[in-house]
Design a protein around this ligand. Sequence first.
Ligand code: GAP
Length: 517
Amino acid sequence: MTTSPDVFQKIVSHTKEHGFIFQSSELYDGLGAVYDYGPLGVLMKNNLRELWWTSMVRLQDNIVGLDAAILMHPQVWKASGHIDAFNDPLIDNKDSKKRYRADVLIEEFIEKLEQKSQKETDKKATKEGWSVDSDEYQRFLKGNRDAKKAQETQEKFSVAMENNDMVALKSLIEECGITCPESGTRNWTDVRQFNLMFKAQLGALAEESTDIYLRPETAQGIFVNFLNVQKSSRMKVPFGIAQTGKAFRNEIIARQFIFRMREFEQMEMQYFVKPGTQQQWYAYWKSERLKWHATLGLGVGKIRTHVHEKLAHYADAAEDLQFQFPFGFKELEGIHSRTDFDLKQHQELSGRKLQYFDPEENASYLPYVVETSIGLDRLFLAHLCDAFTEENVPSGNGSEETRTVLKLHPLVAPVKVAIFPLVKKDGLPEIAQNLLNDLKYNFQVTYDEKDAVGRRYRRQDAKGTPFGITIDYDTLKDEAVTIRDRDSMLQTRVPLVQVKDWITKSLSLQSYFKESK
Ligand code: GAP
């Protein structure tokens, strides 16, 4: 994957052109940070959700599923701390009237300093002949002026965030001389806390209505159902509850396409463990999730881990799995050790016991929770960015041409197989249609008989279809077809009767997931 803002723009345009993603309500100039998934997008999103569900629920013997409602009793959000503490610090520039997240402005400032320090170090290393792992290199990298300033700013920033100190955040922005990217001025308002939950009214009459909230995370549906699930499914600690579903956050800055949305989908798993064992399970789930991403092609070098500077109000340890998006390494998934915070809070506010009776210990306790939480849309974006490739390939006439191809993992790709009769006559379309009718019960298949076959290949490359099957004149004689691999463009001759088995093997969940165990 190439990392540059230009490439990101190309990816965004590509998703629209090929029907992956559209801006919501585009007809009315769009709704900020809300997106619709088109015909290919919905297929790919379903695949990712299904792959997550399979590995989290179907392949596990102690994790069960749940589908809780989006709307919940308002007390849930009081107990969870979201009403009081689910805030972002925002700041306005008085000249441009643009609103920013104060923490993001500072983080970006630190990142720029780090990049400058890295550049300067590389320049010096080339001049002095230092290798990257030499002491001189590392000393210069940490000790130059920009690196020191980055470190100092980071320390002040961490303290301000830790103490929820809005005045200190504003001072730091002023001290660093951070300017508004739009107006270029430093004419800032004070920093204010802004709650991210969307409010709605329950009830027909305004005077009788109650404020309710669109859930900002799916996790609370799991916590309030903890005992229902444990008892009805006779689960024993440690066990997990998994859920996928929509979540809503009134994000202040809506940038970077589907990276930060106001309506998005989460895939979360809460793993209930005996108190005192949470560190062990935290390490286990972090490793499992890294393996899962690697199985689907997002392996070493593409994902790194990042320990949280400021812990969320519910966590005693938290780490992000960050993916290298074209705009830098950013959070893809969170692994959180949430202690018994949520269960304890719900127990207290509801006045109902949520304790679990452990038959092996002959004791009751509130389990601790280790959570894995990933945004489906963000995972979608990571796969798209990783797959988007522009490369020079030989063209039919011996010269070179550029092709745009989505090198998506075959299990993630929206359409698995494209079937092409070489020509629209002489019985080839009939054979192609018969094959399509045979394969469509097992796989998402498409049919294309328009234009030269080379152009049809290119169209499917752009959609990420891993296999193209051509029915040609030889098929009439040898009852075999050509299967073209999207990435290598190599062609294999396969007997018609073996095509289904060939595709089944190539898309075998078992072979991919067993190998990663
Ligand atoms: N239950 C824990 C929780 O919600 P989080 O770190 O706030 O933790 C988890 O969110 C994941 O949800 C993130 O890692 C990200 O993938 C996704 N996510 C969060 N906010 C999002 C947004 N505004 N748009 C898209 N995805 C988002």
